[in-house]
Design a protein around this ligand. Structure first.
Ligand code: PLP
Length: 218
């Protein structure tokens, strides 16, 4: 079913939208099936699990870290991670920069914006993001590149609310884009809400259960 799910989703996507196949908790065989169907971008939310999968699978896969980051584990993925979605502090950006430097590379990052009304979600306010962009310390980080923003909407069926949350981030993204040409990725939308997120400006979606099926945990 994985192959069929992937084909169906991909056919429905506008060309400018990147599909991140969220494979957290899923066994290698599932990732191999997606790979055989042509999928090359995978998202994981635990660093150790991503490292294990990276070691076991073909090296042309692009690995995205989509979960909340534990700073002390950044070093384990610094040599291969393609994009880190969930960065929510300058402190974490500094650690990523430090580890990237050790491998003489630059790591692409997305700042996670807080768009959900729920208290439980991680992320930065728009004000905090602007403060980071303006800070001297940020400008000194040469081994990271902030290429956009990531947002998770409230867990709700209320389409009006979802729409408002996606649009708020889209507007903020467009505003900052005029000041920083490196910004080109807006990561919004999961299995339950990606069509709406795309219609509101997302160009990167993180889809797990709609490809790999229901997860028992995480
Ligand atoms: C698990 C996860 C997803 C995918 O969720 P689905 O509902 O299974 O598509 C997307 N983004 C983040 C940050 C996640 O942790």
């Amino acid at each position: 079913m994985i192959k069929e799910n992937l084909i169906k989703i991909k056919q429905s996507l506008p060309k400018n939208v990147t599909l991140v196949a969220v494979s957290k908790t899923k066994p290698l065989v599932d990732l191999q099936e997606a790979y055989a169907a042509g999928q090359r971008v995978f998202g994981e939310n635990k660093i150790q699990e991503m490292v294990d999968k990276y070691d076991a699978l073909p090296k042309d896969i692009q690995w995205h870290m989509i979960g909340h980051l534990q700073r002390n584990k950044v070093k384990y993925m610094a040599h291969f991670v393609d994009l880190i979605h969930g960065v929510d502090s300058l402190k974490t950006l500094k650690e990523i920069n430090k580890q990237a430097k050790k491998h003489d590379r630059s790591i692409n990052c997305l700042l996670q914006a807080k768009i959900a009304k729920e208290e439980t979600k991680f992320g930065l306010s728009f004000q905090e993001i602007e403060a980071i962009f303006c800070s001297e310390e940020f400008l000194e980080l040469k081994n990271i590149k902030v290429v956009g923003f990531m947002g998770m909407a409230t867990f709700t069926d209320n389409q009006q609310q979802l729409q408002e949350e996606f649009l708020a981030l889209k507007d903020f993204f467009n505003k900052l884009k005029t000041q920083d040409s490196k910004l080109n990725i807006l990561s919004m939308g999961m299995s339950g809400d990606y069509p709406l997120a795309i219609s509101k400006g997302s160009n990167m979606i993180r889809v797990g259960s709609a490809i790999f099926g229901h997860r028992n945990y995480n």
